[in-house]
Ligand binder design. Structure first.
Ligand code: NVA
Length: 429
């Protein structure tokens, strides 16, 4: 038996501890469906930003029927991040060497992708990518951000539809397949045959978001038959490809609507998109008509880029009226954006060594950054000139090493899909 004085003090501490445990667990299991969400109607404070915002920032009425309690909530790519999906490198599998892969295989990678076709990607790089992504997730969680990941799937399983046969790729780049517009999450149709079933890795997550109040939309499933691809596309003739890109012509035809969501970049009531190897005009029109009733405008931008696939190393919006552009992929509509008062940053040349393997992309993944909030940006640790450019502008660059995760074809923006950011719908244009 304890002396009474000691036992009452212990009892008191235990009560405090119990209270603490209760508080922590109620915060962790916070039920968004019952919370008052005043931050969903309050714009992020611009007066505290380290740079002057020159563009218009006007709070806009939320579209009719918007669910103010949805676990999915994001109108732009910079409001404070609360929840994010981060991709997985596990099981990454090299797809058959179809035209859509050939068109996106840069330089020496062409031979590598041909040789590796229908085999797992080299283990040593995939394992390094897994370790880097685990550390990236840990950093995000340490910042108080909820991190979700897709299921682990065997991407080597062959499949056949009435129109084609293939094997899978990976679930490394959620940005390519998901786009959040307010309380809604939109699933892209995609156009690589190896990505046809990629959504399966995210089914559990989407069912849960839907049950908790998110709107869940899947764009029409494409056939991906031969008619979707231009058989005469001059894969090996870069001059011709430049000429075609300038005329808005790429490998995909207008047979049916296709798009990857990574070709879209959000800024409140305005969403920008590029016609690319994987996003066609039909797909852009589908998104435009789908979002028009919400008052969201979709603007098509054109760039000189014969490899165009995913806008987020070419034109990456980082804050209200703040865009990072690519010095070698001029945007033909930049004057319109300048006139609207936007601040234009230019990405410095990447420092990634030329011999570092990048299976699906250029070295410009240095510009493929993601914002934790309007002040802080995740930057590849070794891209010190890019980090210095951000710092000189007043942003805090958070150095994180995902160099081998880059090898799989994406930077921080590609590897993530922001599910919930604190803030509301505004017009910046
Ligand atoms: N296609 C782009 C990468 C987009 C993440 C590039 O290679 O630069």
């Amino acid at each position: 038996m304890l002396p009474s004085k000691l036992s009452s003090s212990l009892l008191c501490q235990c009560k405090d501890l119990k209270k603490l445990v209760q508080t922590v667990s109620s915060v962790l299991s916070r039920d968004l469906s019952t919370e008052t969400e005043s931050w969903r109607t309050t714009p992020t404070d611009k007066s505290k930003l380290p740079y002057a915002v020159n563009s218009k920032c006007e709070k806009v009425e939320l579209p009719t029927g918007t669910n103010l309690k949805s676990p999915v909530w994001s109108w732009n790519g910079w409001d404070p991040l609360e929840e994010v999906i981060v991709g997985r490198a596990e099981g990454a599998f090299c797809p058959p060497f179809e035209k859509e892969i050939q068109v996106n295989s840069y330089g020496d990678n062409f031979e590598f992708m041909k040789k590796q076709a229908s085999k797992p990607f080299p283990k040593e790089i995939v394992n390094k990518a897994i370790t880097e992504i685990a550390e990236f997730c840990r950093i995000l969680e340490a910042e108080g951000i909820t991190v979700k990941q897709p299921d682990i799937i065997d991407w080597s399983v062959p499949y056949k539809t009435p129109d084609f046969a293939s094997t899978g790729l990976y679930a490394a780049m959620p940005r390519d397949i998901w786009m959040v517009v307010g309380d809604e999450i939109i699933e892209a149709p995609m156009c690589w045959r190896s990505r046809f079933f990629e959504y399966r890795a995210y089914r559990a997550l989407m069912k849960d978001y839907f049950k908790r109040g998110a709107k869940w939309t899947s764009a029409p499933r494409p056939q991906m038959s031969q008619e979707l691809y231009d058989n005469d596309y001059p894969i090996g003739d870069l001059d011709k490809r430049y000429e075609m890109a300038n005329n808005g012509k790429f490998l995909t035809t207008e047979f049916e609507p296709v798009f990857d969501t990574a070709d879209f970049i959000r800024a409140g009531t305005d969403i920008f998109v590029q016609r690319s190897q994987v996003t066609n005009d039909f797909g852009i029109e589908w998104v435009r008509s789908h979002l028009a009733p919400k008052g969201i405008k979709v603007h098509k931008l054109n760039f000189t880029d014969p490899h165009a696939m995913h806008i987020d190393t070419t034109f990456n919006i980082l804050g209200p009226g703040l865009v990072l552009t690519h010095p070698e992929r001029p945007c033909h509509e930049l004057d319109m954006i300048k006139k609207a008062g936007w601040t234009i940053l230019t990405a410095p040349k990447p420092l990634c060594p030329p011999d570092h393997p990048l299976w699906f992309s250029s070295r410009w993944l240095s510009a493929n950054v993601v914002m934790l909030d309007p002040h802080r940006v995740c930057v590849q640790k070794t891209e010190t000139t890019t980090a210095a450019m951000f710092e000189s502008f007043g942003l805090k660059a958070i150095p994180i090493d995902i160099r081998h995760a880059n090898t799989l074809g994406g930077g921080f923006h590609c590897w993530t899909c922001d599910i919930r950011r604190r803030g509301t719908l505004e017009s910046y244009f």
